[in-house]
Write a protein that binds this ligand. Sequence first.
Ligand code: NAP
Length: 284
Amino acid sequence: MTAKILDGSATAKQIRAKLAEDVAKIKAERGITPRLSVILVGDDPASVTYTRMKKKACEAAGMISDLIYMPADCTQQQVKDTILQLNADPAVHGIMVQHPVPSHLDELDILSTVAVEKDVDGISALSLGKLVLGTADYTSCTPQGIVTLLETYGIPIKGAEAVVVGRSIILGKPAALALLERHATVTICHSRTQNLADVVRRADILVAAIGKPELIKGDWIKEGAVVVDAGYNKVEGREKDVGDVEFEAASGRASWITPVPGGVGPMTIAMLLSHTLKAAEKYG
Ligand code: NAP
């Protein structure tokens, strides 16, 4: 079997084109311009790139985006005060804090300062609790991007055996919950999982969210499985970034697979924009 591509770039492009139309509509009909404020603490080069990409994407869709830079040595209270000001600003519809924050800061406490109705990344304690209850306004953007991509391609989730490798708060756990919400039978794996290969072999839908280049071997993939690779890894000596799954070998067994890059990444940004528009529509 040769896997077909779950094309995140093309899907995200379509979503963003529709978003631009909806943004124009809310501006014309209600005089609201959806606005996202992104806080970046420190100057981690990857985070600088990601936040600039988010700003550019917002502006291309006709939204306003503020990029708020805070020095790496700022205090917990300074970050929280910035968030509290944005919470109180009616012109701001979405707030996100770029992950990760410097290690002297308590990230969970910071994320949970974001007002739930503006938490377009869906990772405050309240948003995550609501996700468990099935009542969240916004699921974290990367997991939401993953399920949206599967749904766009008509991949059946209900009843499927889904295996998520990785249990981070921004990715693995909410991805598992999003799949569970859609009635998959979900197994979550992590660094202490025994016999990872055997668990992965059961997956009709595999979500790799690890951050270790090609940890998942091609021959672990069940024939006909759907493989979603959220990993994004730089490998010295290799020109292209690689995912967490051996792409070529897995493509020989899977029915569908996401490329890296061009799979999950572009979907994440499209979901952030979509959630910001939703926040403006609902609470603006
Ligand atoms: P993270 O917080 O470091 O979490 C990694 C997870 O992988 C942890 O739960 C860890 O288990 C698990 N893990 C590590 N080694 C393992 C092993 N040998 N076997 C099984 N599980 C193992 O990373 P993250 O923030 O979730 O990101 C994961 C990857 O996704 C990274 O490559 C990141 O760049 C990428 N990412 C992509 C996007 C996007 O938009 N495309 C967005 C976010 C992240 P423990 O919990 O036991 O430590």
